[in-house]
Design a protein around this ligand. Structure first.
Ligand code: PEP
Length: 244
């Protein structure tokens, strides 16, 4: 047990009954029911899952948040204060699917991080390069650019998730050397350029499964995993938590 973080990202999957069954299994299981485990569930089920998790050690996260801080005429938006009100302790910001399908970029992501921090939520800020950017050899500058938007912000409750876009949902995992190298780069950049505290944690995400979780989570540079597909399966997620 290395106390590494395991964050589940259900994305847009499941219904009420699925959530209730999965959460019931997880909270009854001491391998999963630990403070290092957190579930990022669809917005509409946050309140219910929060109630199901009450009294357990498992954290609850949203997959996105509005950049708007004060209530107002922002149709469809959900504020950080609302997330905190329905038991969330953290929020994913900047997931590649938000960047890709919703055009989210630097200024809006910075505003979201600020809004989440103001409401007392921890932030899991996701970054990662595309396959083309990696093949062109520019992954460091891509990651640096994505991190730079955090300049001047309080980094004390921020976790970075390195998720190479080409490894998300594809079954294609970064090699251990690639993960080690990218995590070392991110950590150094956060400490030196963003003045993050030494305690900053960097998670890996991208096709983490039971059969590769052990070797990925064993890396010193990896402080945990962000798990998409495999987090929807109790037995698979349990094995990943066991490796953490
Ligand atoms: C993710 O959604 O953040 C993710 C890493 O997905 P998957 O594990 O399915 O690649």
């Amino acid at each position: 047990m290395k106390n590494k973080i395991v964050m589940a990202n259900w994305k847009m999957h499941g219904r009420r009954a699925f959530a209730a069954e999965l959460v019931g299994q997880m909270r009854a299981d001491t391998v999963i029911n630990r403070p290092e485990v957190c579930l990022a569930v669809p917005m509409v089920y946050l309140d219910e899952v929060g109630r199901l998790l009450a009294g357990s050690a498992i954290g609850l996260a949203a997959q996105d948040v509005s950049a708007r801080v004060t209530d107002g005429a922002y149709t469809g938006e959900v504020s950080a204060a609302m997330l905190a009100d329905v038991h969330c302790t953290s929020v994913l910001i900047g997931h590649s699917e938000r960047r890709q399908y919703h055009g989210e970029d630097g200024p809006v992501l910075r505003a979201k991080v600020e809004a989440a921090s103001t409401a007392g939520l921890s932030v899991v800020y996701c970054i990662g390069e595309t396959l083309e950017q990696r093949e062109q050899g520019g992954w460091e500058s891509v990651l640096a650019g994505q991190l730079d938007i955090l300049q001047g912000l309080d980094m004390s409750r921020l976790v970075v998730a390195y998720e190479p876009v080409w490894a998300i949902g594809t079954g294609r995992v970064a090699t251990l050397d690639q993960i080690r190298e990218a995590h070392a780069f991110i950590r150094h950049y956060c400490l030196q350029t963003l003045k993050a505290p030494d305690s900053i944690r960097v998670l890996y995400g991208g096709s983490v499964k039971p059969d590769n979780a052990g070797e990925i989570l064993a890396l010193d540079e990896v402080d945990g995993a962000l798990v998409g597909g495999a987090s929807l399966d109790y037995a698979a997620f349990r094995k990943i938590c066991e490796a953490a």
